[in-house]
Design a protein around this ligand. Structure first.
Ligand code: PMV
Length: 315
């Protein structure tokens, strides 16, 4: 049996721009995905007792294909990461399943290998993605992805002529509140929408570059633990994302409400619905406002703990 868990993530700065060579920062959060894999005594692979089916378990099917697993397995999962909330559930599933499979097969379980495979699985399932989610879920703490190699470099990732350098970042203890709008908004159509705008407009290219500038500034503020400065940058990053057309009236409502009790707030992830995030030292107030405005709040802390193996405990 291998039992392991992975954290979710939230993107603090640089979503979308990271697909155009700009940097991005995500932080691992204290909500996790758990899985436990054993060889099955039955003649088919099951997930939580149900037969494995691509329709319901697309990420798990791709993980099994990636590692060319042919044995029948019993896979059990539990999650604290609701899907579609911007907290990185698909990356966490992918990293945990690959980590557990590799351990079960007696293969290399180094972070770099698992993170690279996980990125490749996400890319195959989603069509276009950066390695920010899967790297953060594997490594924990915070990850800065950039075209340029910088200090605390971990590994690099290449895909279709693009290269991302993955870096560790220490982050101060952050209290974050995610507000889920409840508006279902898959990532691929938003990535396509921004691509169209980017390809047709120099103005969009400038906006993407400005987002990159914000991410670079935020790196300095993280080191200085300047929460006020970081909050201001979140507000600025959000304005630029709205210009790119990936906000939503419900996101605007939650963000406006949350800002009264926060250092700053912005959408997180692909946008178009999905979730916003606020950096605050008054999480209860922010959670109340989000609820009053019709959103679902999640109060989160950052965590250092990435992919972890646990001995003996079964789900
Ligand atoms: O929807 P999420 O939380 O996986 O975030 C998507 C972020 C994008 O920059 C739009 C795409 C990516 O893979 O980086």
């Amino acid at each position: 049996m291998t039992y392991c868990s992975t954290p979710g993530k939230v993107i603090l700065f640089g979503e979308h721009a990271v697909l155009y060579g700009e940097p991005s920062i995500a932080v691992a959060i204290n909500r996790r995905f758990y899985c436990d894999i054993t060889e099955s005594k039955r003649d088919r692979t099951t997930v939580n007792g149900y037969p494995l089916a691509r329709r319901y378990h697309s990420y798990i099917v791709e993980c099994l294909n990636k590692l060319e697993v042919e044995d029948e397995l019993e896979i059990k999962t539990e999650t604290e990461l609701d899907s579609g909330t911007g907290m990185g559930s698909s990356a966490a599933i992918t990293v945990a399943i690959l980590g557990a499979l590799r351990k079960l097969l007696g293969e290399d379980i180094s972070e770099e290998i698992i993170a690279k495979d996980a990125f490749s699985v996400e890319f195959d399932v989603q069509g276009n993605a950066s390695p920010i989610d899967t790297s953060t879920s594997t490594h924990g703490s915070a990850i800065m992805v950039s075209e340029k190699k910088e200090k605390n470099f971990l590994w690099d990732v290449e895909k279709e002529g693009r290269r991302w350098n993955i870096h560790h970042r220490d982050v101060p203890d952050l209290t974050l509140v995610v507000g889920n709008t409840g508006v279902h908004s898959p990532t691929p159509p938003l990535v396509k929408k921004v691509r169209k705008f980017y390809e047709r407009s120099n103005f969009a290219k400038e906006v993407i570059r400005d987002i990159g500038e914000i991410v670079r500034e935020s790196c300095v503020l993280f080191e200085e633990e300047d929460l006020e400065g970081l909050g201001e940058l979140m507000d600025k990053n959000h304005r630029l994302l709205s210009i790119l057309g990936v906000s939503h009236p419900k996101l605007e409502k939650l963000i406006k409400g949350a800002r009264k009790y926060s250092y700053g707030a912005k959408l997180t992830g692909a946008g178009g619905g999905g979730s916003m995030i606020a950096l605050t030292d008054r999480p209860d107030k922010v959670a109340d406002v989000i609820k009053k405005k019709g959103g679902e709040p999640y109060v989160l802390d950052s965590t250092d703990k990435g992919l972890s193996y646990h001995g003996g405990k079964e789900i």
